[in-house]
Design a protein around this ligand. Structure first.
Ligand SMILES: Nc1nc2c(ncn2[C@@H]2O[C@H](COP(=O)(O)OP(=O)(O)OP(=O)(O)O)[C@@H](O)[C@H]2O)c(=O)[nH]1
Ligand SMILES: [Mg+2]
Length: 561
């Protein structure tokens, strides 16, 4: 089912809103004009059909109005141009607002012709074979100033009414019916609205019958070439009244059916909507966005320095593990080495987090190299181009603008993405702490043992009574070995030192494994953060442009259906 006028104009309005700033300004203005006109005309008398007599000066518009009205309302003139302000012959009451909207001040109320017999016509004016078919319902017949006028105001007034009328009667004469300006400027833009266009060849009394036929045939051909093949073309003579009944009959019929206003507006809407559809081009393939996305995130990850950060996380985790689980005596060597996370400004005391905006956390991560930034910009541009491929230029440019804005923000947004990603830099696994305690116990044992041995040695040196020195017996006879005693002090000293070194040695591969796994988690988290940046800063703004284009295209298609 074809959409009705209200649906069409609403769809056109939506299409124009969606294409605002992207659609050609002139086209958008024209479409808005049609929507506005439909709204305004819709609020005015539906009882009346506005038919406008338009044409070049001297073609006989005023004379035709008089002939149709059957009375001398307008003054036809010898001096050109004659009519400077439109004049209305109005059948049926209640057209005042409509005439105000048309801005027609000169109005003549006509007596509706209920029984189709002329009442107020001056019988002597027209020589008629039979009484004309009467106009019994609402009709506003307008005599327009000349559209091709040398007087600019005439042209402006005429064009405004040509635009607003429901039905157009183009009055042409045998001399100027083929005038290029008439066809190119006025008839061709009405292409496709043949149901609301009538072309009247006036002054046929000045032609021989076969001549009139030939000219009418030529005129029909021209009108068809203008895209108005269904338009009614008829010969009339305002002077003799020939063909005037037929014209009046056409007008009376249109007034009775009351369809012209809707038909004209629907046709105007359809025509401008079709141009909007053309301006929107073909819908780009839907999957383009998905294909381009992986490369985009890869490039942004690189620009965010993800590799550097992940590597620093891994090395810092190892360093922290050594500090926690290494042999306490040699930890200072590790501590003396620079902390990779601190060097990147990623330790929590270095990340600046505004109290009220935790999402705006910033690192002191050094700016990525220009080459990396350039490749991120290229990736964004490639993404935008792939997603907007096939879209009309204005939308491609708009999408690129979104891309450029995103590139400009990238250093900030990516840095925030890194700053807000959990790097686990302060995480201390339980086993670190357990091993740490063990290391201190072993060190304490070693110190006790060494002190004990030291005191014993000192006593011996000074020939003082010896310290009690309990021994621990290592009995390996069960496994075929010997047995020997070691003083507890030695066991504590050696056991503490060797144990500490051994534990530190065993903790190393574990620390490396843990660091690798931590780095893996951080890498995935960074990827997620960067994906969010790609989504919010690049994909969504660009998708919004493409969605607006799709909305514009869909609504315009509805309006043009
Ligand atoms: N022979 C002949 N003359 C006509 C006919 N219709 C109009 N005329 C004459 O043509 C001249 C111009 O007629 P108008 O009715 O003033 O023409 P118009 O189109 O209203 O002209 P503007 O108001 O200047 O745009 C007048 O002298 C009319 O008498 C006709 O059917 N036959
Ligand atoms: Mg006139």
């Amino acid at each position: 089912m074809k959409p009705d006028l209200a649906t069409r104009t609403a769809a056109l309005a939506q299409a124009v809103a969606a294409g605002a700033g992207r659609l050609d300004r002139e086209l958008a203005d024209e479409a808005r004009g049609v929507v506005e006109r439909a709204r305004e005309r819709g609020g005015l008398s539906a009882e009346h059909t506005v038919a406008a007599l338009a044409g070049a000066t001297g073609s006989g518009k005023s004379s035709v109005l008089n002939a149709v009205a059957g009375t001398e309302l307008a003054e036809p003139g010898v001096q050109r141009p004659t009519t400077s302000h439109a004049l209305a012959a109005v059948w049926g009451e209640g057209a005042d607002d409509l005439l105000d909207w048309l801005d027609v001040r000169r109005r003549h109320e006509m007596e509706p012709d209920a029984d189709a017999t002329p009442s107020n016509r001056s019988a002597g004016l027209l020589r008629r074979a039979r009484p004309p078919a009467g106009i019994s319902t609402g009709l506003v017949l307008l005599d327009l100033p000349d559209h091709d006028s040398v007087v600019v105001e005439h042209r402006v007034r005429a064009e405004r009414l040509v635009e607003r009328a429901d039905l157009l009667v183009w009055v042409v004469d045998p001399q100027k019916y083929a005038d290029a300006a008439l066809h190119e400027r006025y008839l061709r833009p009405l292409a496709g609205r043949s149901e609301v266009v009538v072309v009247a060849l006036n002054q046929i009394d000045r032609l021989a019958p076969d001549e009139a036929e030939a000219i009418l045939a030529d005129l029909r051909r021209l009108v068809a070439a203008d895209g108005l093949s269904g338009a009614r073309v008829l010969g009339v003579s305002a002077r003799t009244g020939e063909g005037v009944d037929r014209l009046r009959g056409l007008l009376a019929d249109a007034a009775r059916r009351r369809e012209a206003a809707t038909a004209r507006l629907a046709a105007d809407t359809r025509a401008v909507a079709r141009r909007v559809v053309d301006a929107c081009g073909q819908a780009p393939p839907a999957r383009a966005a998905d294909r381009a996305q992986g490369a985009l995130v890869d490039a942004l990850e690189e620009a965010a320095g993800a590799t550097t950060v992940v590597d620093a996380v891994r090395r810092a985790a190892k360093r922290d593990a050594h500090l926690a689980t290494g042999w306490p005596v040699t930890r200072w060597i590790t501590r003396a080495r620079k902390d990779p996370l601190r060097r990147l400004g990623l330790r929590s005391d270095q990340v600046r987090v505004p109290v009220d905006r935790p999402d705006l956390a910033r690192t002191s991560l050094p700016q990525t190299r220009p080459s990396v930034r350039a490749s991120a910009a290229t990736a964004v541009r490639t993404y935008v181009d792939q997603v907007s491929a096939g879209a009309p230029d204005a939308w491609v440019l708009a999408a690129r603008e979104r891309g450029t804005e995103a590139v400009d923000r990238l250093p900030d947004t990516l840095d925030q993405a890194v700053a807000s990603t959990r790097l686990e830099e302060a995480r201390r696994p339980v086993w670190w702490r357990a091993v740490g305690v063990l290391q201190w116990l072993l060190l304490a044992a070693a110190v006790v043992g060494l002190l004990w041995l030291g005191v014993a040695a000192a006593l011996r040196y000074f020939q003082l009574p010896a310290l009690i020195m309990p021994v621990l017996t290592f009995d390996f006879t069960r496994w075929g070995g010997g047995a020997f005693d070691l003083p507890w002090a030695t066991v504590l000293a050696l056991g503490g030192i060797l144990g500490g070194l051994l534990v530190a040695l065993l903790a190393r591969p574990l620390a490396a494994l843990g660091a690798r796994r931590r780095a893996g988690r951080v890498r995935r988290r960074l990827r997620t953060s960067v994906e969010a940046v790609a989504r919010e800063d690049v994909r969504e703004p660009v998708a919004a442009e493409m969605a607006a284009l799709a909305t514009c295209r869909e609504h315009a298609a509805t309006a043009a259906a």
